[in-house]
Design a protein around this ligand. Structure first.
Ligand SMILES: *Cc1c(COP(=O)(O)O)cnc(C)c1O
Length: 483
């Protein structure tokens, strides 16, 4: 089917789908046509409604249960953000509408939201400019790495090495490798951050950039950032900040002030946008002045007469990373979130996120191994190594948590901790919920000593128990009935 843009019709009816475009049966080769009618279930409307209502009640999410996942955690998602993104003027906006005159009446508001969100993110992070185009965190990383490459190339000094600590999010080395860089992994020292001496051995003219996940995947703040930045800058290497989990620092410090040259943010984690099932998301990239020319197109500009437009004439740009406005709905939710919370509210996000994580960590560290015993940021990592000696793995702990109505933490990541369990309570959980979680974790630690059987058999309350996840992926079967 082909979408036709009918230039003679302005406004929302500009796109039409003529009936004649629907492929006719005779165009499909004989071999591919059915010889008999499909066998479909014969069920009443009521049965269908009951079936799906029952299924939906089995769904596990932040609207029903505590979800302290760790790293990729969905944070505060006010419902009003959904409502605003659903306004007619946003929802029915077609990407092919003209920006000015005629349909421009309809697009100006959306362009203004894009423009102002960029400005707000610049204020929050200290970066000069942002692009809202990338559609995920990893997509933002790749966009940024491509800009790093374009920057060094423009200076006549293409470099091949990217330094990334082993406490980084897994997408960091993946993004660097996809863009063609050699990734050098730097080990973690005894304080849980990148070993600065080992890092300094890698600082040479071939170093293109340092990618730091901040806070790192152990949930720890790196006190050496400024030292790392000045070493990197001494060889004209760029400093990249993975700010997927910006809730740890909102309103407290700005990455640009610490010497970072570019960064990405996950709107679908920190800025009021739910995510799940693979999307939708947005990974805006912010840059310092020297990188602005390389930002992807299109750029949203404000003209001298106060109108907004998409600008494509950027000769040094890395080009397109996404079509049209990017994931517009996600940006609208983030914009609403920032205006809703304001400066004071955003700072409280960081305060509560850090307080909640430290509260859990302090209350659980006598029951589970805490590999790096220092105050954490928005999340922390425990190890089930003690329970493992008693016969219960991190996986057993995770499965047992389901019986308490808690989504398990991220397990076996980061890989630098044995039997790791990465826990992020987020900023919006009540003290009661946190105490319930502590009680459940303590009981599970007790069961590892006294009642191993119940852990090994968990979960006991879910419709399915332990799935063979590898088999499920490799032998995907989505048919409703075997033929
Ligand atoms: C989630 C996450 C990413 C990747 O974001 P996606 O939107 O899943 O691609 C990158 N870095 C960190 C630290 C993250 O938590």
């Amino acid at each position: 089917m082909k979408l036709i843009y009918d230039k003679s019709v302005e406004g929302r009816r500009g796109v039409t789908l003529p009936q004649s475009d629907v492929p006719e049966k005779k165009q499909i080769p004989e071999d591919y046509l059915r010889s008999s009618e499909p066998e479909l279930p014969e069920v009443s409307e009521l049965d269908v409604v009951r079936h799906f209502t029952e299924l939906s009640s089995k769904n596990f999410g932040v609207d029903t249960h505590f979800y302290p996942l760790g790293s990729c955690t969905m944070k505060y998602n006010p419902k009003v953000c959904e409502e605003v993104a659903g306004y007619e003027g946003f929802k029915n906006l077609h990407p092919l509408l003209p920006q000015l005159r005629g349909g421009g009446v309809l697009t100006q508001g959306a362009l203004q939201v894009l423009y102002e969100t960029e400005r707000l993110l610049s204020t929050i992070t200290g970066m000069h400019e942002f692009t809202m185009q990338p559609m995920a965190g990893a997509h933002g990383e790749l966009t940024a790495v491509m800009m790093i490459a374009a920057y060094h190339k423009s200076k006549g000094n293409p470099k091949s090495k990217m330094v990334i600590p082993d406490s980084a999010h897994g997408t960091n080395p993946a993004s660097a490798a996809v863009a063609g860089y050699d990734v050098v992994s730097i080990p973690t020292n005894e304080s849980g951050v990148m070993d600065i001496d080992k890092f300094k051995e890698e600082v040479d003219d071939d170093l293109a950039a340092v990618m730091l996940t901040c806070p790192n995947t152990l949930g720890l703040f790196n006190k050496d950032i400024q030292q790392i930045a000045s070493a990197a800058h001494s060889v004209d290497a760029l400093m990249y900040y993975d700010g997927a989990n910006l809730n740890a620092i909102l309103g407290k410090y700005r990455p640009a002030d610490f010497g970072f040259d570019l960064m990405h943010i996950n709107l679908h984690k920190t800025f009021g946008t739910p995510h799940g099932g693979g999307g939708p998301g947005a990974g805006p990239v912010g840059v310092q002045g020297k990188l602005v020319d390389f930002l992807p197109i299109s750029r949203v500009v404000k003209r001298s007469d106060g109108t907004y437009a998409l600008h494509y004439d950027c000769p040094n740009s890395i080009g397109y990373v996404a079509p049209f406005y990017g994931n517009m709905g996600v940006v609208i939710k983030a914009y609403t979130y920032i205006l809703l919370l304001g400066k004071a509210g955003l700072s409280r996000v960081a305060e509560n996120a850090v307080l909640n994580a430290n509260y859990l960590m302090e209350n659980l560290k006598d029951f589970y191994e805490l590999p790096f015993d220092r105050s954490c940021m928005h999340e922390f990592v425990l190890s089930a190594s003690r329970q493992k000696k008693q016969g219960a793995s991190a996986m057993d702990v995770a499965k047992r948590l389901l019986d308490f109505g808690v989504h398990p933490p991220t397990v076996y990541f980061p890989q630098i901790v044995d039997e790791s369990m990465m826990i992020e309570p987020t900023e919006t959980e009540s003290l009661e919920k946190l105490d319930d979680f502590i009680a459940a974790m303590k009981q599970i630690a007790h069961e590892a000593e006294e009642n191993l059987e119940v852990l090994k058999k968990a979960p006991g309350n879910t419709p399915v128990t332990r799935l063979d996840e590898v088999k499920a992926v490799k032998e995907l079967d989505l048919r409703w009935r075997k033929t």
